[in-house]
Design a protein around this ligand. Structure first.
Ligand code: COA
Length: 258
């Protein structure tokens, strides 16, 4: 079904592995098509409560957009490519089901942008992050200038963008770009154990938290206003009634997503 992705669904967690290890999992057109399709599956498959994106092989998460597809593009085609990539990454960011990045090596260019579009990131000790587009006379085109600045702050972001320098996993941790750094062999176990906790929470409340947190950066909407609206709406859900009742009755909640 997917020519560039490996998909595994277990314990309500969908693990998506970008599978072009001989090209360090570079994002070509086929990968984008497959990511778009798997996002549709995540949205529509009730068995999936959350997802992990990782890369095949020991070396790379994703080493960027596929540079071999750049040569033939004119300005209009490059604009269309950037817009399409941005739209797909926005779909990840706006997914009501949590999608996290398990960064198992190089996360460069479009790879760093993909990781940043995810709701949060966990890195293996050998992970490396960077936006090396400036080395190619380009700039990031899939939201990197925006999200890197949001996540690590303007000074660090501009330094990374205009130097093309890579940072290692521990620097990424210090910058707040990743939440955890773990041994490479523990990467997926750690990601899954975090998602198992998250998957036990109320799905509508999770979706509302994601929406409200994203609204901080959405200039067309007031984040505090969104929080108020989503807070109010959560009171209209069966899961809110169940969650508060279960707490008071000292039992585990049984959330139904309603
Ligand atoms: N696009 C297309 N192909 C890529 C790629 C990319 N972004 N990144 C790596 N590859 C390919 C290489 O061309 C090579 O293919 P080949 O074996 O057919 O020659 C293969 O993946 C392995 O990469 P290689 O460069 O040999 O590995 P390395 O260990 O020497 O270096 C990197 C690793 C990540 C430092 C290096 O591959 C690199 O700089 N990649 C590009 C990073 C980048 O600029 N990304 C932003 C793009 S906008």
């Amino acid at each position: 079904m997917y020519s560039t992705l490996l998909i595994q669904i277990e314990n309500n967690i969908c693990t998506i592995t970008i599978n072009r290890p001989d090209k360090l999992n570079a994002l070509n057109k086929d990968v984008f098509t497959d990511i778009n399709n798997v996002l549709h599956e995540i949205e529509n498959n009730a068995e999936i409560k959350s997802a992990i994106i990782t890369g095949a092989g020991p070396k790379a998460f994703v080493a960027g957009a596929d540079i071999s597809e750049f040569g033939k593009l004119n300005k209009e085609q490059a604009i269309a490519m950037s817009k399409k990539g941005q739209d797909i990454f926005l779909r990840i960011e706006n997914s009501p089901k949590p999608i996290i990045a398990a960064v198992n090596g190089f996360a460069l260019g479009g790879g760093c942008e993909l990781a940043m579009a995810c709701h949060f990131r966990i890195a293996a000790e050998n992970a490396k992050f960077g936006q090396p587009e400036v080395n190619l006379g380009l700039i990031p085109g899939y939201g990197g200038t925006q999200r890197l600045t949001q996540i690590v702050g303007k000074g660090r972001s501009i330094e990374l963008l205009i130097s093309g320098n890579m940072i290692d996993a521990n620097t990424a941790l210090q910058y707040g770009l990743v939440n955890y750094v773990v041994h490479p062999e523990e990467l997926l176990t750690k990601a899954r154990s975090i998602l198992e906790v998250i998957n036990s929470k109320a799905p509508l409340a999770i979706a509302a938290c994601i929406k409200a947190a994203n609204a901080v950066f959405d200039k067309s909407e007031n984040g505090f206003g969104t929080e108020v609206k989503e807070f109010g709406e959560s009171f209209d859900t069966a899961d809110m009634k169940e969650g508060t009742a279960a707490f008071l009755e000292k039992r585990k909640p049984n959330f139904t997503g309603k």
